[in-house]
Every structure is written in C-alpha cells, then in structure tokens.
Design a binder for this molecule. Structure first.
Ligand code: DAH
Length: 352
C-alpha cells in the first residue's frame, strides 16, 4: 500500500511538471486529489489495512497529499508568471513595432504619374477631361464623318441619354483626343483674343471601347498631348516624341514617324520606338528593329477651325498613346492576358 502511495506521488509530480497551462494543471489536480481522484481513493482503502499500520499509512498519505498540493501551488505560480511575462512582452513599448502590410499604387497609376512627370518637366499641364462625353467632342468636332466605323455600336459605348441638339448622343469616350476641343474652348475663353494662344496639354484619362480579349480591355488609359501655338511644326512634334522616348524608355532609344491616317490630324503619323532588346538592329521580338507605340500628327485645320482658331495664324501637333501599352513595352512584360491588370489579383499586382 505504501508503494502505491509513492507511485501516485511520482506520477502526480511528473504530470504537474508537464502541465503547460493552468487548465491542464487543474485537470491533474482533479485526477489525483479530486473526490474520485487516485490519492483520495487510495486513502479510502485505509480500512483494508491492519489497524496497527494505519497510523504510519495515514502519515505517509498526508505527506504525499501535502507534496502534491505544494507542487501544484508552485507550478500554478510559475505558469501565472509565464503568461504575465508573455502579456508584458506583448505590450512592451520598447519592442520594435510590427509593420502593418503596406499597399502600393497600381502599376498603371505608377506609370501615369511617371509619364505626367516627364511631360510636366517641359511645360505640359496635366488635365483630365470627361469620360462620359458628347459625340461632338469625341468624333464630330474631330472631323469624323457620320458613317465612320469608330462611331459604330461595335466600337463605342453609347449612353442611354437624351441626345443634345448640337452635341449629339452621349458616349463613353473612346480616346483622349476628345479633350482637344475642350482644351481649345477653355483656352479661347480665358485668353484675350489679341494675346498669343499657347496650349500645352497632357490629357491622361480612361477610355472605353467594345473590346475584350488577351490584348484589349474595355477600359484602358491613354495620354494625349496637344500643343497649339504660332509656328508649331513637325520638328517640335518629333522633338517631344524623342524626349519622351528617351526619358521613359532609356537614353539609347530613338523614335521614328511613319505616314498614317487619322481624321483629326494632317499629316498623320504612327510613332515607332527602337526595340529595347536589339536597339534597332532587328531581332526575334521586333523583326525590323522598331516597336509601334501610337498615333500623332499635326492638328487638322478643320479641327482648329471648329475650335474657333484660325489655321493661318496657329498650328499645332497632337499625339495619343496607350498607357498600358507603353508600360508593357518598357517593362518587357509579356502578360499573356492584359485583362490581368484589372482583375484585382494581388499575387500578380504585389510583384510591382
Ligand atoms: N486618338 C487616336 C486613337 O485612339 C490616337 C491618336 C492619333 C491621337 C493621332 C492623336 C493623334 O492625338 O494625333 O487611336
């Protein structure tokens, strides 16, 4: 019987030492000292032993009980201190702070900021003209004939709204060129007619077209320059294009202009930039050394006239390129599907 008491003591002590928290310590206490606990039960068996040995057994049992109780009290104290320490550590004001995860601007926003900075350095003012626009600004005033395919339901989103007698139906603007006439109107309104008209606009805005495939999203961004002043010529345009390409793509890049057609410019060009891989020598990526970037041209006299400017007195140039396009070209990003940019997929976006 005495041996049993000793083995109960040993078992209880090892359970107590192993108790990791106050809850399991309490369980151990119940297991040994509770009403139906092991020690309690064994002590009850005192009646089974001969009366002359009961005193000795009783003393040992008390000793064991006391030892277990002391050990529990001790462990309880330890565990309490431990959890207080953890708690204190948690609010230790001298600990270095835990940095909250920081987001960053979307890579298209980053590109817009950078592009704007480049043009602002040479005197352009960044603006943003309406995304919901009248047909007049998006097409009519830009010299588009009534039956031009861009005005088709399949190219342009039309808004269900009453048509304006002069400005026609409402559309989601399909290009930033819609800001040209608005910019001219704004400048004419504020300029004293005899003073020199001088426009250097950078219109960065969202554009919309009915397109959605691996290389097109229904919403995308364009940046449009418009310069109107006295004696503006193609060399000014070429200078600005070169400056932009060198600033955005790198000093070793060059631009070229190729004849093209747009309704609102005459002459019109497509602008190419030398390929970043072969720098114009020709490679597998670009074939002939050039990558196509977007449109540009000298503002069509009809557009100037519609805006209220005498084309004999003033000339101008304009250009309009896609933000997503130049961004992809510069980063050398081969995104299988451009729609990924706008899918809110953080695994993708967090890389930039
Ligand atoms: N608006 C044209 C487009 O979206 C791009 C463009 C071409 C803009 C020539 C211009 C320009 O300002 O001069 O395709």
């Amino acid at each position: 019987m005495e041996e049993e008491l000793i083995s109960i003591k040993n078992a209880a002590l090892s359970f107590i030492l192993e108790a990791e928290d106050l809850k399991s310590l309490e369980e151990t206490k119940l297991q040994f000292l509770g009403k139906s606990g092991k020690l309690t039960q064994t002590i009850k068996d005192i009646t089974k032993i001969p009366p002359e040995k009961r005193k000795e057994f009783g003393m040992l049992a008390n000793e064991v009980k006391q030892t277990i109780e002391d050990a529990i009290a001790q462990r309880q104290e330890n565990l309490k201190q431990k959890s207080e320490k953890i708690l204190r550590q948690k609010i230790d004001v001298t600990n270095p702070g835990i940095k909250p995860p920081l987001g960053h601007e979307h890579l298209v926003t980053q590109a817009i900021e950078e592009i704007s900075g480049i043009f602002e350095k040479i005197g352009f003012t960044r603006l943003r003209y309406p995304e919901v626009e009248w047909d007049w600004y998006a097409f009519e005033a830009l010299n588009f004939p009534q039956n031009h395919p861009a005005r088709d339901d399949w190219e342009t989103f039309f808004i269900k709204a009453e048509k304006d007698a002069k400005k026609g139906p409402m559309v989601l603007t399909p290009h930033t060129s819609s800001g040209q006439i608005r910019e001219i109107e704004k400048n004419l309104a504020k300029e004293n007619k005899d003073k020199n008209l001088s426009i250097r606009m950078l219109n960065v805005a969202k554009c919309y077209r009915r397109q959605s495939d691996v290389s097109h999203t229904p919403m995308f961004h364009q940046f449009e320059t418009l310069v109107i002043d006295k004696d503006i010529s193609i060399s000014h345009l070429k200078g600005v294009l070169d400056y932009f390409a060198k600033s955005y793509f790198g000093k070793n890049r060059k631009t070229r202009i190729r004849p093209y057609h747009f309704q609102f410019t005459e002459p019109s060009f497509e602008v190419d930039v030398t390929c970043g891989v072969c720098l114009g020598r020709g490679c597998r990526l670009c074939k002939e050394g050039w990558l196509e970037m977007g449109g540009a041209g000298m503002v069509h006299p009809n557009v100037l006239r519609t805006g209220g400017i005498d084309p004999e007195k003033y000339t101008g140039f304009a250009s309009g390129w896609g933000v997503e396009r130049v961004l992809m070209m510069r980063e050398g990003l081969e995104i299988d599907d451009l729609r990924l940019l706008y899918s809110n997929n953080l695994d993708f976006l967090e890389q930039f």
